[in-house]
Design a binder for this molecule. Sequence first.
Ligand SMILES: Cc1cc2nc3c(=O)[nH]c(=O)nc-3n(C[C@H](O)[C@H](O)[C@H](O)COP(=O)(O)O)c2cc1C
Length: 265
Amino acid sequence: MTPDYQSIVQAVIDMDVRIVQTAGNGPHKITFPDGRSMLSMLKAAGIIVIHKCMAVRHAISAEKAGVDCISLGAYEYGGHTGDDEVTHWVSQPTAARKLKVPFLVAGATSVGSQLAAALAMGASGVEIGTGFMCTQECPIKQSMKDRIAAPETDERSTILLLRSVKNTGRFYKNELTKEVVKIESEAPGDFGKLATLMTGKRNYSSFHESGDPDDSAWTCGMAAGMISTIPTCREFMETMVAEAVQVIQQQSQHLVKAPGLSSRL
Ligand SMILES: Cc1cc2nc3c(=O)[nH]c(=O)nc-3n(C[C@H](O)[C@H](O)[C@H](O)COP(=O)(O)O)c2cc1C
């Protein structure tokens, strides 16, 4: 059943929310019986609209439609990645060349050098999911945070699933996701065979009830491999910004001081 999007948008406006992020279909493409679109309703109320997409071509369409900012995901991202397999290393500088509105690096960030790199590639900031999942304030079971921060979690600990049903997403790798991979290779496109493993109920239980990180496929980005502590949100952000500032200062000195660099190029 399609949610009543118009009532949701009206509630957002009534509650004086100032920034809204949309994802999936462009907010200009979601239209209501009175002829208005989700985007036109939000903009008329003076709300800043950030649209999340996984491809620069979709970002360009959203910009043309009038969104204020793009959150641009890529292959490393924790969530539905799309199927292009383009990494931030290429998509971000491409976005910088093609977009006029500000954009964010969505996904795979948990340390300050990445924030510095995001800014260097033309982004205005980063959007973080997995990193905030592993903070003290995040209302999920401690065991889930402990798994993200565990020494055995590294940059290879996530996996893409559901490509065969055209809904590719990145999840934490565990015994259950191995079973999903097996089913997808044996019966590609048959969601019926995957349904009992990929339920929202199972996912909810890992996060909020059983706390078992091995009993569901749960969304997680590659940045999990660089997380080893469970800080407060404030500590997480302050550490990241301090490292970014240090990296920018140090690295720019390398460039300026590199002896004879220009003559060797
Ligand atoms: C547990 C979890 C659930 C998420 N659910 C959604 C969702 O329902 N819709 C959405 O657009 N993004 C969702 N995301 C993606 C985040 O909004 C964010 O863009 C993403 O986590 C950034 O990537 P990172 O996790 O690699 O930092 C989810 C992410 C996580 C970790």
